[in-house]
Design a protein around this ligand. Structure first.
Ligand SMILES: [Zn+2]
Length: 227
C-alpha cells in the first residue's frame, strides 16, 4: 500500500458544528480540494475552524487522514439534509488545484482507499458518488475537467478485485438469487466474522437485500482476511 493511514479526529466538542447527526453511511462522495494543501494541513484547518464545513477523510500523495468517524455525518455536499450530507462518507483528494505528480499520487491513493472501504462495507461501485451528483457543484473539478470520472470508477473496481473484474461487474447487476439456506448460512458467517472483528461492519441483516455481487464480494473479503 502506498499510503499511511492516520487519524486526527475532530473533538466531540465540535460535533454540534461539524458532525451533529449519527449516521449509517450508504455512499462515498469524492471531492477535489481545489487548493494545494497537504492532507495534514487540510484536516488541521477543517477541525480548527468553526465553519459548518466538514468531511471525513483527506488524502494526499503520502497519507490518508481520517478526521470524522463514519458513524457521524459531515457537511460536504451542499445538499442540506439530503443523502450527500446525511448518508455519505466525504473524501477530499488533495493538490487538485495545480495537479501534477503529487496530485496523481493522491488520486491513486484515493482509488486504493475507496476500494478498501467498498470491500469492507460489501458495497458495489454504484455507492461512489461525485459531489456534483448531490448539488450540481463542479467537484471533483480536476477529475471532471479531465473527463475521467468513468475511468476513475473503473480504477476503483479494478483495485477491488484485480484478477476478476469482468466477472464481478456482471455479478453486481444480478439480484439476490441465494436459496434461503444459503442466506441463513451467510447471515451466520457475517455475524461471526463481525463479532470476531474480521469485518468492521455487521452486514448480517442486509443479506436479504444485497445482490449476488455484493454477497460474493463480502465472501471474498472474509476469505481473504481469514487466510
Ligand atoms: Zn466537493
Amino acid at each position: 500500500m502506498a499510503y499511511v493511514f492516520k487519524q486526527n479526529l475532530l473533538p466531540a466538542s465540535k460535533y454540534p458544528i461539524k458532525a451533529p447527526y449519527s449516521m449509517t453511511p450508504q455512499y462515498i462522495t469524492v471531492h477535489n480540494t481545489a487548493n494545494d494543501a497537504s492532507a495534514g494541513n487540510e484536516i488541521k484547518y477543517m477541525i480548527t475552524n468553526n465553519n459548518q464545513v466538514s468531511y471525513h477523510v483527506a488524502i494526499d500523495d503520502k497519507e490518508v487522514i481520517q478526521a470524522i468517524r463514519f458513524n457521524r455525518n459531515a457537511w460536504h455536499c451542499g445538499d442540506g439534509q439530503g443523502n450527500g450530507n446525511r448518508k455519505s462518507i466525504g473524501i477530499e483528494i488533495c493538490y487538485s488545484k495545480s495537479g501534477g505528480v503529487r496530485y496523481a499520487a493522491a488520486e491513486e491513493n484515493a482509488v486504493q482507499y475507496i476500494a478498501k472501504l467498498l470491500k469492507e462495507y460489501g458495497w458495489g461501485i454504484e455507492r461512489v458518488k461525485k459531489h456534483q451528483d448531490w448539488n450540481g457543484k463542479y467537484c471533483p473539478h480536476r477529475i471532471l475537467s479531465e473527463n475521467r470520472w468513468n475511468s476513475f470508477l473503473k480504477r476503483i473496481e479494478e483495485a477491488m478485485n484485480p484478477t476478476n473484474t469482468i466477472q464481478l461487474k456482471e455479478e453486481t447487476k444480478v439480484p439476490n438469487t441465494l436459496t434461503s439456506t444459503a442466506k441463513e448460512d451467510l447471515k451466520g458467517l457475517l455475524k461471526a466474522t463481525y463479532q470476531k472483528g474480521i469485518l468492521k461492519v455487521d452486514h448480517s441483516e442486509r443479506v436479504g437485500s444485497m445482490t449476488d455481487g455484493e454477497a460474493l464480494g463480502l465472501l471474498i473479503s472474509v476469505v481473504k482476511r481469514t487466510l
